[in-house]
Design a binder for this molecule. Structure first.
Ligand SMILES: Cc1ncc(COP(=O)(O)O)c(C=O)c1O
Length: 399
């Protein structure tokens, strides 16, 4: 196997080979877990030599990582054409917060999509506000018109496409073009698609973020975030992460790297199963809108068709004529779907979601209660049978 040759490999090959340098793996296949805080030097001269540079991939001290973390970061960088590097964080929220802190300073303004993940909103509304950084929200379907919102202090835009509750697909290239013309930095929460289905930097994004907790890890057993960027922002991103003491444990990095090896095949199965179930739901009398980016009900579906290479396994649907109580009866009756936060794991999950609560720039126009499904790797026929049973309980709760 070539030691480090990202070349032009296809995605399924990249996730298998990425970051597996011989100096990091030794004789085994996946880079082992290098646990350690102290890294030992040969002598004082060697110790002093170590202070002269701050490169990745060099032993220094545990907070700067070890081959286990470097290998994972390198694999994620290789998956994102145009990237200079990737920083790892102990959660997706830490990744989003640190990426924003890397590009904003007191007096600045950040624009966020109104469909933002709620903790991103609260970081902007509470923490950034305390630092003298203001936040304004925009309609996720705004496209190039985002330029009409730019003020003299607008310095960054945080996009999330599709939104993780309501799935509006944004015109990311148009927003990035407008931002670039005005010298504004663009950040994207790309957790839903990952670089596999939406290579963000190629579409004009400056800084791309994933909650690796979801599809990268893939097994619902590790929290992690990753931020990948090109040359212009790489040094700044890395410096801020180091100043804030961001580091992931080698054990977690090992598990994430192990998850990564199967990312391509998992995503393709999530995509196929979720699409099958979404199309089936669309035919059901109990269902109103099906908010799946690959289906026409979803706002921004045409943009999804234009820009994305695939769809992952998370989407929402509306129960027609239902209320909170009948929705709870439906979800409680499911046996193959767990009830819990997060997504991107191998197991299916169902969650009641209420987007209206989180909106300020737009109004959520849905008419029935929403259910968000994470379609896992179970057989879709079993999942549909489970949902059909849930609908019986939903009907009984209605009558
Ligand atoms: C779209 C999106 N971004 C970021 C996060 C945060 O990731 P984490 O839970 O790893 O902090 C989540 C978590 O659910 C999410 O759904």
């Amino acid at each position: 196997m070539a030691d480090h040759d990202p070349g032009s490999k296809k995605p399924a090959t990249q996730v298998v080979t990425g970051g597996r340098r011989k100096i990091w793996t030794g004789a085994v296949v996946n880079p082992p877990v290098w646990r350690g805080s102290t890294h030992l030097y040969d002598d004082v001269a060697h110790l002093r030599e170590g202070l002269k540079s701050n490169d990745d991939g060099r032993f220094f001290y545990g907070r700067r990582g070890s081959p286990t973390q470097w290998s994972l970061a390198e694999a994620l960088t290789e998956m994102e054409p145009g990237a200079a590097g990737t920083m790892l964080y102990p959660s997706g929220v830490a990744a989003i917060s640190c990426a924003l802190l890397a590009v904003l300073q007191p007096g600045d303004e950040v624009l966020l999509t109104d469909s933002s993940y709620d903790p991103s909103r609260s970081f902007a509304d509470v923490f950034l506000k305390r630092m003298g950084i203001s936040a304004r929200y925009y309609d996720p379907l705004i496209g190039a018109d985002v330029a009409t919102l730019f003020g003299p202090n607008t310095k960054a835009i945080l996009m999330e496409s599709p939104g993780s509750l309501t799935f509006e697909v944004q015109d990311v290239p148009a927003i990035c073009r407008a931002a670039q013309a005005a010298g504004i930095v663009t950040l994207l929460d790309n957790t839903w698609a990952t670089s596999r289905f939406f290579p963000a930097l190629e579409h004009g994004v400056d800084i791309t973020i994933v909650a690796a907790t979801k599809y990268i890890v893939g097994h619902s057993d590790v929290m992690m975030g990753a931020v990948t960027t090109h040359d212009k922002y790489w040094t700044r991103l890395r410096r801020i992460a180091q100043q804030l003491g961001q580091v992931v444990s080698p054990d977690d990095a090992y598990l994430a790297a192990r998850g990564l090896r199967t990312l391509d095949v998992r995503l393709r199965q999530h995509e196929a199963s979720a699409l099958q179930i979404a199309r089936w739901l669309k035919q059901r009398p109990e269902v109103g809108l099906v908010l799946h980016p690959a289906l026409p009900d979803c706002p921004g579906h045409e943009i999804w068709k234009r820009d994305f290479k695939g769809a992952s396994g998370l989407f929402s649907f509306e129960l027609s004529d239902g209320d909170d109580q009948s929705r709870a009866a439906f979800i409680d009756a499911l046996t193959l779907f767990g009830i819990g936060y997060s997504w991107g794991g191998f197991e299916s999950l169902a969650l009641p979601v209420d987007p209206a609560k989180h909106r300020t720039a737009t109004q959520w126009a849905g008419t029935g209660p929403l259910v968000r499904l994470n379609i896992g790797l179970e057989d879709p026929d079993d999942l549909m049978a489970d949902i059909a049973k849930g609908f019986e309980h939903y009907q009984s709760a209605q009558s």
